[in-house]
Design a protein around this ligand. Structure first.
Ligand code: ARG
Length: 461
């Protein structure tokens, strides 16, 4: 096979079973543009070290450019006999510029240092797309918060009514984890921006090629410090898979809220028609499929991370062929996020909120009881006693079938002489929310400040 990268020491070619198992072109062909970029950089290093003269270097780069064009327009495809992207491209280069010159490119590099570099280039590229799409989800959450600056909803712990909060506060609580994902991607990219090229198969180079030159050509910051580590570690890939899984979990939690809010029982939101689906049998149905798919796909993203970690566990240093299994899971995570994030952004941007319904439910379930207790504390009552008094007031309300905002003066007085009618200033959801002015609290003034900080952090990342 003219494209094979090895064979001289073998009496026979690969068996069909081996070839079928070994072949990776059906997924690593996506790396072809990066492989070609790596070859350009490597050719530059070969020329700088005197292994290619000026004319050879020019023809080599021209040949690689021709390959780049053919890959981009689809006219170059891997042959069924090609083992991987590296072999397919070397065979194509040899067809393009002949075996004498084409055969020189492989000097001083191995598929092991190549693949370790290419996967980083691929992930760095896609991390930028994913960051852009995360920003769109953050934008959607922030604009909804901005459009509903005063809307109050029931805040829940254990899914039970707890304390009234601003809808904007809740929406921004979903935006902060995404801001941290942007920061994680930025921090990760500093670690990913290292070039294993020049490490060879495992032991490093003899030919005096400049690995910093290669790193510079590829837009990476520096060569790997250890050729064994550079060619055989995949923690950078696993870390990316973790960030992808974490983004999936963030989206899943947001999706779960949307699904609940969209039930008839909650009635907090209506989904835009363009971002919801129908049923093949029930004509009336309008389903939150985007949210459900986002929630479902988080399982897949977690699985990709778990599978990759299991592959890496127990691998001896240095390169082992198991490492070929790093690509499909992380490629899948990328495809999954690149299709999920835009749909979630659109769903959130077009969501219609029923703020009257939220406000109606916000004081229910005695959600102002903490406000009563803290009102007493401000008047010198020990919190332990205040908690008891407020609890007793809740019991009276329950017995009378009313909420805290409907208590009469005589009920207040009967529970405790400390409960003067002025306590009513905190017995409204507006009063309750406005009083939570502590750092990070739900008071409208704090939530507006928080939004400015959130947008600044998202823009910085
Ligand atoms: N296709 C391999 C991978 O994705 C790279 C080739 C290394 N092959 C080898 N026999 N050393 O990791």
């Amino acid at each position: 096979n003219e494209g094979a990268l090895w064979g001289a020491r073998f009496a026979s070619g690969p068996s069909p079973e081996l070839a079928a198992l070994s072949r990776s072109t059906h997924f690593d062909w996506q790396l072809a543009p990066y492989d070609i970029a790596g070859s350009h950089a490597h050719a530059t290093a070969l020329a700088a070290a005197g292994y290619l003269d000026e004319d050879e270097a020019r023809r080599m780069h021209a040949g690689l450019d021709a390959l780049g064009t053919a890959v981009a327009d689809g006219s170059l495809q891997p042959a069924p006999t090609d083992e991987d992207v590296h072999g397919a491209l070397e065979a194509a280069l040899i067809r393009e510029i002949g075996p004498d010159l084409g055969g020189k490119l492989r000097a001083g590099r191995s598929r092991n240092d190549q693949i370790a570099t290419l996967v980083r280039l691929y992930l760095l590229d896609h991390s930028r797309t994913i960051a852009r799409e995360i920003l769109r989800v953050i934008d959607a959450l922030v604009s909804q918060a901005e459009s509903h600056p005063d809307a109050i909803m029931p805040g829940r712990t254990h899914l039970q009514h707890a304390q009234p909060i601003l809808l904007a506060h809740h929406l921004q609580a979903h935006a902060w984890p995404l801001v941290r994902e942007l920061e994680r991607l930025r921090d990760w990219s500093a670690r990913a921006s290292v070039s294993p090229y020049g490490g060879g198969a495992l032991a490093g180079a003899t030919l005096g090629l400049d690995p910093q030159l290669v790193a510079n050509e590829l837009g990476l910051s520096r060569p790997a410090e250890n050729s064994l580590d550079g060619t055989s570690s995949r923690d950078v890939v696993a870390e990316f898979a973790f960030i992808a899984a974490m983004i999936g979990v963030d989206l899943s939690r947001l999706a779960e809220d949307v699904i609940l809010w969209n039930t008839r029982e909650f009635g907090f939101v209506t989904l835009d028609d363009g971002y919801s689906t129908g049923s093949s049998i029930m004509p009336q149905k309008k389903n939150p499929d985007i949210a459900e798919l986002a929630r479902g796909k988080s399982g897949r993203l977690i699985g990709n991370l778990a599978g990759l970690l299991a592959t890496l566990k127990g691998l001896p240093i240095a390169y082992n062929r198991d490492l070929q299994e790093d690509k499909e899971p992380v490629f899948d995570s990328i495809v999954t996020l690149e299709v999920t994030l835009p749909a979630v952004a659109g769903m959130m941007a077009t969501l219609h909120f029923h703020t009257d319904r939220m406000a109606e439910l916000a004081p229910q379930g005695f959600s102002l009881a903490t406000d009563v207790a803290e009102w007493l504390v401000k008047r010198g009552v020990p919190f332990r006693d205040a908690h008891e008094i407020s609890g007793a007031l809740v019991k009276v309300c329950e017995q009378n079938g009313i909420e805290l905002d409907a208590v009469t003066d005589s009920m207040l007085a009967a529970v405790s002489p400390l409960l003067s009618p002025e306590v009513r200033e905190v017995l409204t959801i507006e009063g309750s929310v406005a009083s939570r002015t502590g750092v990070g609290g739900t008071a409208p003034v704090r939530v507006a400040e928080q939004r400015v900080e959130l947008v600044a952090r998202a823009t910085e990342a």
